[in-house]
Design a protein around this ligand. Structure first.
Ligand code: GUN
Length: 285
């Protein structure tokens, strides 16, 4: 039997409708959430992501600033812009699109973003608060994964969740958020021995390893929930997830497609973070 598809596109549209209504009410109270995005250089994928963020701001009624800087921009100039945006009252969220050109130290730039405006959730203080379980701005893709599972009505408490991938952006934070939902979490990564023995036990499998079609049906416990965070560009130009969707969907339970699964949730959670930051900074939270 073929598994039900979890539509990130549909869930994302539902959340965005709620955000649009909330922003409209805030604007009436004199507070327009503002997001500043900084793009350094001309990486084609980054240009697409930044355009989509700008469009989401426009569609949902946020104020938006996009700073497109040449690849030759010095670290000093970039830090000066971040500091200016930290002080700018109409900006509540700051996002520096990654990757940055090689001559710029990414960590110094992330560390310079005001913690309360760090809508990517990458600042060490926000990461630390996530680990402790304190209130923080959550990284967008992991938050999107959890929201997608929740809104699909899937129970996480007491389930065995297996995460493949241990990146700072997805694998590590998603494992912490799954624990927060009372799942029992196993982490797998490129050096894991006998990975299938672990994934075969997963009630929920989250895959973020960055290898096209890495997970096939032989990894899957029948009926398991499968969340594919992968976005791999194939030689033929097509987008592929980390999961071989066609074979896995014959064995799994609810499963996310690529595109149209986790992808649309990321920007939606960014917009949610910007709204949270605006309310906190505006004294309305
Ligand atoms: N580049 C790819 N994904 C991301 C992201 O989530 N945030 C930022 N800032 N840059 C990215």
């Amino acid at each position: 039997m073929t598994a039900p598809i979890i539509s990130g596109k549909q869930v994302s549209e539902e959340i965005r409708a709620g955000l649009r209504a909330e922003v409209e009410a805030l604007v009436e109270q004199g507070l327009t959430p503002g997001l500043a995005v900084i793009l350094v250089g001309e990486d084609p994928a980054s240009q697409v992501y930044v355009r989509n963020k700008e469009k989401a701001c426009h569609d949902l009624g946020y104020y938006s600033e996009v700073h497109r800087l040449p690849a030759s921009t010095s670290q000093e100039d970039l830090l000066a812009l971040v500091n200016k945006l930290n002080r700018q009252e109409n900006i509540h969220g700051i996002l520096v699109q990654l990757p940055l050109p090689k001559h710029i130290d990414e960590k110094s730039v992330i560390d310079a973003i005001a913690v309360e405006k760090d809508v990517d959730g990458f600042h060490p203080v926000n990461v630390g608060n996530l680990v402790i379980g304190d209130d923080s701005l959550l990284p967008c893709t992991p938050a999107g994964v959890i929201e997608l599972i929740k809104r699909t009505g899937i129970e996480m408490s007491g389930k065995h969740a297996v995460v493949i991938g241990r990146s700072n952006i997805v694998g590590k934070p998603v494992s912490l958020l799954l624990q927060r939902e009372n799942a029992t979490v196993t982490m797998c990564h490129s050096r894991t021995v006998n990975m299938k023995e672990l994934t075969e036990q997963a009630d929920i499998l989250v895959v973020a390893i960055g290898k096209a079609n890495f997970v096939d049906a032989s990894f899957i416990k029948p009926g398991a929930v499968v969340i594919d965070v992968g976005m791999n560009r194939l030689d033929n130009g097509k987008l592929a997830g980390d999961v071989d969707f066609e074979s896995v969907k014959e064995v799994s339970g609810p499963i996310t497609p690529v595109p149209g699964g986790v992808g649309p949730m990321t920007i939606t959670m960014l917009m949610n973070n910007t709204l949270i930051a605006a309310k906190r900074l505006g004294g309305l939270a």
